[in-house]
Design a protein around this ligand. Structure first.
Ligand code: NAD
Ligand code: DAU
Length: 348
C-alpha cells in the first residue's frame, strides 16, 4: 500500500484534498500531518476520519526531530505539502511566523524526505502546493504563466516564493523528484472566515459591515476549491517530474463586483429586499502592499494534463453560500475564541 503524507490536511484546501484521495484511492494510505493552528479544524474531515486508509497525526512541520522520526517510522512514498501560514493580512502583522512555517517547515520536510530515500527515488514524489502570489502583481493586462519571474510583494508571498525556490534547489542539487503548482484564489466550503468570501458571507448573514479595502478595484482569479483538489490529484499522478503547473479558473473579478454578486445571491436565497446587503459595503483603509491584479494562464495544465474547472463561478458561489447557510454551527464555533481578537485588531 502506497503511503502518502499530506501536510496541512485539516485546513481549507488540504481537507478537500484529503477527502478526495481517501475516498478515491483505497490502495493508498493517507496520513494527514497538521499542527491544528487557528486555521486547522478536524471538523472539516469528520466524514472520513474513521476510514481505514486514513490516519491523522498532530504535529508541527518545523519540528525537525519529530518530522524525521515520523518519516523513519512510516516511510512515506510521497508528500503533498500544503501546510502553511496562508493569510496575507496576518503576514503583515507577524512576518516571522510565515518565514518559520513556510520556509523552515518546507526545508524540514525536504530534508527528511531526502534522508529517508537517499537517492532511491523510483516511485517517489515531493509535491509542493504553492500560490500565484509568488509572481507579484499584474497591471491591467496580461496573465501569469509558469515562466513569469518571481516578484513577491507581501511577507506571505515572499515566504512561499522562498519555499518554491528551495524545492527546486533540492531537485537540482540532490535529484529530489518534485513537482510544484501555483494556484489562484480558492473559495468554497470550510474556508476560514478571515479570507474575503467566507468573511463577507458571515458578515452579510449577521448584518455586519463589509470592509472593502481601498477602492475595491483589486482583481483576483477565483477557483472553486474542489476543482483545485481535482487538479492536485491529476498533477500528483500525471505530471512530469521537475515541472511547474499554474492552476486558475480563467475567472477574474474586481473585488467590488464579486461582493455585489455575493450580496445579490444571498438576498435572493434569504428572500431579503433587493439591494439590502449592498448597503453594508464600507470602504476601509487599504492593505499595505496590496497587489492590484492576479490572473492565471492555465493553458499548460489544460493542454498537457487535460484539467479544466468543472463549475462556473456563479454555480460555485451559490454552492458555497448554501454550505455556509447549512453549517452555521461550524461558523459559530470558529468565530468565538481567538477570532474575536483577530477581528477587532484587523478591522478596528
Ligand atoms: P489554511 O490556512 O486554511 O490551512 C493551513 C493548514 O496548515 C491548517 O490546517 C494549519 O493547521 C496547518 N499548519 C499551519 N502551520 C503548520 C505547521 N507548522 N505544521 C503543521 N501544520 C501547520 O490554508 P489553505 O488556504 O488551505 O492553503 C493551503 C495551501 O495552499 C497553502 O500552502 C497555501 O499557500 C496554498 N494556496 C492557497 C490558496 C488559497 O486561495 N487559499 C491559493 C493557492 C495556494
Ligand atoms: O492568490 C492566491 C492567494 O489567495 C493565496 O495564496 C492566499 O493563501 C489566499 O489568502 C488568497 O490571498 P488574497 O490576499 O488574494 O485573499 P483575501 O481573501 O485575503 O483577499 C482577496 C481580496 O479581497 C484582496 O484584494 C483583498 C480584499 N479584501 C480582503 C479582506 C479579507 C478586502 O477588500 N477586505 C477584506 O476584509
Amino acid at each position: 500500500m502506497k503511503k502518502i503524507l499530506i501536510t496541512g490536511g485539516a485546513g481549507f484546501i488540504g481537507s478537500h484534498v484529503v477527502r478526495l484521495l481517501v475516498n478515491k484511492y483505497s490502495q493508498y494510505h493517507i496520513f494527514n500531518l497538521d499542527k491544528l493552528t487557528y486555521a486547522g479544524n478536524l471538523e472539516n474531515l469528520s466524514d472520513v476520519d474513521d476510514a481505514i486508509n486514513y490516519t491523522f497525526i498532530k504535529g508541527d512541520i518545523t519540528d525537525e526531530e519529530f518530522v524525521n522520526s515520523l518519516f523513519k517510522k512510516h516511510k512515506f512514498d510521497s508528500v503533498i505539502h500544503l501546510a502553511a501560514e496562508s493569510h496575507v493580512d496576518r503576514s503583515i502583522t507577524d512576518p516571522l511566523a510565515f518565514a518559520k512555517t513556510n520556509i523552515l517547515g518546507t526545508m524540514v520536510l525536504l530534508n527528511s524526505f531526502k534522508s529517508l530515500w537517499q537517492n532511491k527515488w523510483e516511485g517517489k514524489l515531493f509535491y509542493h502546493v504553492s500560490t500565484d502570489e509568488v509572481y507579484g502583481t499584474l497591471g491591467e493586462t496580461g496573465l501569469f504563466t509558469e515562466t513569469t519571474s518571481y516578484d513577491p510583494n507581501s511577507p506571505y508571498s515572499a515566504s512561499k516564493a522562498s519555499s518554491d525556490h528551495f524545492v527546486r534547489a533540492y531537485g537540482e542539487t540532490f535529484g529530489l523528484p518534485y513537482v510544484i503548482s501555483n494556484c489562484s484564489n480558492n473559495y468554497g466550503a470550510n474556508q476560514f472566515p478571515e479570507k474575503l468570501i467566507p468573511l463577507f458571507i458571515n458578515n452579510i448573514l449577521n448584518n455586519k459591515s463589509l470592509p472593502v479595502y481601498g477602492d475595491g478595484k483589486y482583481t483576483r482569479d477565483w477557483l472553486y476549491v474542489v476543482d483545485h483538489a481535482i487538479a492536485i490529484d491529476i498533477i500528483f499522478h500525471k505530471a512530469k517530474l521537475g515541472e511547474t503547473y499554474n492552476i486558475g479558473g480563467f475567472n477574474e473579478w474586481q473585488n467590488i463586483d464579486l461582493i455585489r454578486l455575493l450580496c445579490e445571491q444571498i438576498d435572493e436565497k434569504l428572500n431579503r429586499k433587493e439591494g439590502q446587503s449592498e448597503k453594508l459595503i464600507t470602504y476601509v483603509k487599504d492593505r499595505p502592499g496590496h497587489d492590484l491584479r492576479y490572473a492565471i494562464d492555465a493553458s499548460k495544465i489544460n493542454k498537457e494534463l487535460g484539467w479544466s474547472p468543472s463549475v462556473t463561478f456563479e454555480e460555485g458561489l451559490s454552492k458555497t453560500i448554501d454550505w455556509y447557510l447549512e453549517n452555521e454551527e461550524w461558523m459559530k464555533r470558529i468565530i468565538s475564541g481567538e477570532y474575536v481578537d483577530y477581528y477587532k485588531n484587523q478591522y478596528k
